[in-house]
Design a protein around this ligand. Structure first.
Ligand code: PNS
Length: 157
């Protein structure tokens, strides 16, 4: 069974993430979306909420599973019996950081491969931070995030 993991903070999940999830789900028997918990990083939404947003948004894709992890991604991969990390690339600016992480993960476990998928051009400028900033100042983010996130975001901000 081919199992891929798409890791990220997903604070919150955007339509750019969902585009990657939908396309990556076709490459694996099972795609696990891994919400990374980093207690040193301040997040807007709790892990439970972040998981719920992804679960609700992906309910029509049967081979997508959602789970959280803390600690090393490579350890989560081992627990899940997965051997491919999926990352989305929006622009060249993403490349340096992603390249560094991919090489470190390969150093930690050479059996695990990282693959990169280009985000659809209509979402290439999107990021969770930008969504929070724009929504925080009252800007319209409709169509850029799932409806369930939009509702909660307005309540929060
Ligand atoms: O959405 P993000 O912030 O780019 O997600 C980053 C994430 C969660 C994928 C990354 O920080 C991660 O893999 N964290 C787990 C800790 C770890 O394994 N660190 C070493 C990676 S080289």
């Amino acid at each position: 069974m081919k199992i891929g993991v798409y890791p990220g903070s997903f604070d919150p999940v955007t339509n750019g993430h969902l585009d990657i999830i939908e396309r990556a789900s076709k490459l694996f028997d099972k795609l696990i979306v891994g919400v990374g918990v980093n207690n040193n990083k301040k997040s807007l939404f709790s892990v439970e909420k972040r998981l719920e947003f992804i679960e609700v948004s992906c309910k029509s894709i049967p081979n997508v599973e959602v789970d959280s992890f803390s600690g090393l991604l490579i350890e989560f991969m081992r627990e899940k019996n997965a051997n491919t990390i999926v990352k989305g690339l929006r622009a060249i600016s993403d490349f340096e950081y992603e390249f560094q992480m991919a090489l470190m993960n390969r150093k930690l476990n050479p059996e695990i491969e990282t693959i990169f998928m280009m985000t659809s051009s209509k979402y290439s400028y999107l990021s969770s931070s930008l969504i929070k900033e724009v929504a925080g100042f009252g800007g319209c983010v409709r169509g850029l995030i799932p409806e369930v996130v939009e509702k909660e975001l307005h309540k929060k901000l």
